[in-house]
Structures are given as structure tokens and as C-alpha cells.
Design a protein around this ligand. Structure first.
Ligand code: COA
Length: 352
């Protein structure tokens, strides 16, 4: 019998660029406490957040995404990609998607470009989409950007949410490579529970709840969150997702050198680490100075850790996220050699 030649393995997606961007304006807890009934102590104790960055009036999510994307492409050393994915909950418009505008802003007109909507899990879902495009041979290089401007949807008078969220963007470049290379993104665990869509939502503005004539519907267009319930779901879902994926990959918790969770708040991060029995010194967190930046939070935390030298080549990294939907997801990779990313305005060496 003639033997069928074995199919070559599908290419793996290898991380080869990282960058981010935080808008220059910083809002401290003290500034919030001057206009809201809250205190720096309350915010720090409940969330671990001390300040966050926000965009200026007139700016939009795509402006953040272009800045972050440019830095990731510079870090990758090659500006060409076949696809641009933007994970966001705050697109510039409900139609069209934000990714084509971002691609055009980066001089990448012609590349495939689409948005991923999975709220704060968007970056991990986007990573799985990028890995899929590369494995299927549809793209050789993909730019994935997590970008959110929550200041555009959170009611500034809503003290429960205004204290938590910040604006920013983080980006990675993935190229086709081998599964055993450092930087190859490995196993995934993704999930959702739409029966709890009520816990995190912007009620109006979509096809379910249209604006009525004569009504500006502003209240319903603001972000709402049932904080206490979200807290409980975030801890149990993130821990379960991480455990399930580590099991599939054959990793033990001791194999994880760096845990990079969605930066929801410090108490959630510490509770998940406790659930997983992961020492706190392996948890990466920058939530204290950026707040919850939604889909940008994991790539910004990666950029922060890499720039502080707490994320070194060879480190085995676990990414885990949770967000509205509800959605959750985890991914694994071994950290590759990358140029040190800059992502804070005062650290800028290559002004765009
Ligand atoms: N300052 C002072 N008081 C505040 C406040 C603020 N900024 N925001 C809310 N409160 C008040 C509430 O009105 C409530 O008052 P009441 O008891 O009189 O009704 C009280 O504080 C709630 O306190 P408590 O229940 O002890 O708060 P908490 O420990 O649950 O913390 C959150 C509230 C929102 C910080 C917390 O639930 C949380 O972190 N949830 C998850 C949010 C998150 O990270 N989501 C992102 C997931 S992707």
C-alpha cells in the first residue's frame, strides 16, 4: 500500500513584538475624592488602585490602539502584518469595526482587520483568533491590540465604577513559527455564560434597546456592573479556567513562573492566586497605577512586567482573564527574548 505522506504540522503562533500606550492624563484617587463621595483609603482598600489614565475629550479608542500598535510593530522589528485584530468594548462607533481604522492609521490598509468583543476577556479571545489565523495559514503575521476607553462609557458620577476603570491599549505581534520556540502560544481555555449578561452591561445603544425618539437614553448608555456578584464570579471562573487549562497542558501550578491575570482589581488577583495556591510573588500586577483597562489590561501588564525585568526570557507564563458576557479564558506561553517595551508617556524614546 502506498503510504500517505504525513501532513506538515500547522504553524504555531510565536510572540515577537510587544508595546502599549497610556494617555498622558492621570486621574488620582484624590482627584476623584474631590468630586465624588469617596476616599483614597476606600478605593485603595477595596481595589488596590491609586490612579488611572484617561483620554482627552475628542480622543477615541482607535487613537490609543494606533499608538500601542505602532510600538508593538517597532518592537517586532518589521511593520508588515497580514491581519489586525482589535479587542475592545469601547469601539469608536457601533459600525464599522475599529480595527480597519486602526490598520489604516498604521499604514496597513489592505490587511484583514476585525474587532473581537469579549469585554475584559477580549485579549485572550483575540489571542486565540490570531493563533487560529496563523495555524490555518490565513496569516503569517498578526497584530493583536487590546484597547479600551472606559472613561467614554462610565458615568463620571457613578462612584462604584468611576474609581475602577482607566483607559489604555496594549498590543502584541505574532508570527508563524514552531511550537517548541520560546514565545509560542500554547494551550487555551475559553468559556462563557450568557445567562449572566445582566452582571456587566451597557444596556442601550445596540439592537436590543434602541433609543426612543424624544429621549436621550443617557443613563442606559452608561456602563453598569453588579460589583459584589462580579467579584465572586471573577474569582471562581478565573481559578477554574486556569486550573482546567493547566490540566490539559500537563502543567502543575509550580510550573508557572509568572501569572498575568486580567487586572480587574488587586483583591480579585490575590483571591485567584490563593485559590490556585500560587505564591503572590509570581503574580504580575500594575492595576495600582492603571486601574482596570479592560481588553488592554493583560498586554499592558505584560509590558509593565517586561519593562521592570520581572518577566524574563524563559519564564513560563499563565494568562487568565474574566469579563462581561460572562466570558473567561486562559492561555500559556514561554516568554521570548523581546526588546524592552516603552508604554508610558514619560518613558517615550520614539515619539510617534
Ligand atoms: N467610595 C465609597 N463607598 C462606595 C464606593 C466608593 N467609591 N463605591 C461604592 N461604595 C459603597 C456602596 O454604595 C455600598 O454602600 P451601601 O452598603 O451603603 O449600599 C458600599 O460601598 C459597598 O461596600 P462593600 O460591599 O464593602 O464594597 P465591596 O467590598 O463589595 O467593593 C467593589 C465594591 C465594586 C470594589 C467590589 O465589589 C469589586 O471589586 N467588584 C468587582 C469589580 C471589578 O473589578 N470588576 C471588573 C471585573 S472584569
Amino acid at each position: 500500500m502506498p503510504r500517505t505522506p504525513a501532513c506538515p504540522p500547522a504553524p504555531a503562533a510565536v510572540l515577537c513584538g510587544l508595546g502599549g500606550w497610556l494617555p498622558p492624563r492621570v486621574v488620582t484617587n484624590e482627584e476623584l475624592a474631590r468630586r465624588l463621595d469617596t476616599t483614597d483609603a476606600w478605593i485603595r482598600t477595596r481595589t488596590g488602585i491609586g490612579s488611572r489614565h484617561v483620554i482627552e475629550p475628542g480622543q477615541a479608542t482607535s487613537d490609543l490602539a494606533v499608538q500601542a500598535g505602532r510600538r508593538a510593530l517597532l518592537s517586532a522589528g518589521d511593520g508588515a502584518v497580514d491581519a489586525v485584530i482589535v479587542a475592545t468594548t469601547t469601539p469608536d462607533r457601533s459600525c464599522p469595526a475599529t480595527a480597519p481604522v486602526v490598520a489604516a492609521g498604521l499604514g496597513l490598509t489592505g490587511a484583514a482587520a476585525f474587532d473581537v468583543g469579549a469585554v475584559c476577556t477580549g485579549f485572550v479571545y483575540g489571542l486565540a483568533s490570531a493563533v487560529g489565523l496563523i495555524a490555518a495559514g490565513v496569516a503569517r503575521r498578526v497584530l493583536l491590540i487590546g484597547a479600551d476607553a472606559y472613561s467614554t462609557i462610565v458615568d463620571p458620577e457613578d462612584r462604584a465604577n468611576a474609581i475602577i476603570f482607566g483607559d489604555g491599549a496594549g498590543a502584541v505581534v505574532l508570527r508563524a513559527g514552531e511550537a517548541d520556540e520560546p514565545g509560542a502560544v500554547g494551550h487555551f481555555d475559553l468559556g462563557s455564560d450568557g445567562t449572566r449578561e445582566d452582571l456587566i452591561m451597557v444596556a442601550a445603544g445596540g439592537s436590543r434597546q434602541r433609543p426612543s425618539p424624544g429621549e436621550d437614553g443617557r443613563r442606559d448608555r452608561h456602563f453598569s456592573m453588579r460589583g459584589k456578584e462580579v467579584y465572586r464570579h471573577a474569582v471562581t471562573r478565573m481559578a477554574a479556567s486556569a486550573r482546567s487549562m493547566l490540566g490539559d497542558a500537563g502543567w502543575k501550578i509550580d510550573d508557572v513562573d509568572r501569572f498575568v491575570p486580567h487586572q480587574a482589581n488587586l483583591r480579585i488577583i490575590h483571591s485567584v492566586a490563593e485559590e490556585l495556591q500560587l505564591p503572590l510573588d509570581r503574580c504580575v500586577s500594575n492595576v495600582g497605577t492603571v486601574g482596570n483597562t479592560g481588553a488592554a489590561s493583560i498586554p499592558l501588564a505584560l509590558a509593565d512586567a517586561a519593562s521592570r525585568d520581572t518577566l524574563r526570557p524563559g519564564a513560563r507564563v499563565l494568562l487568565t482573564a474574566f469579563g462581561g458576557g460572562l466570558t473567561w479564558g486562559s492561555a500559556l506561553l514561554t516568554w521570548p527574548e523581546l526588546p524592552v517595551p516603552t508604554y508610558r508617556p514619560h518613558e517615550e524614546k520614539n515619539p510617534a
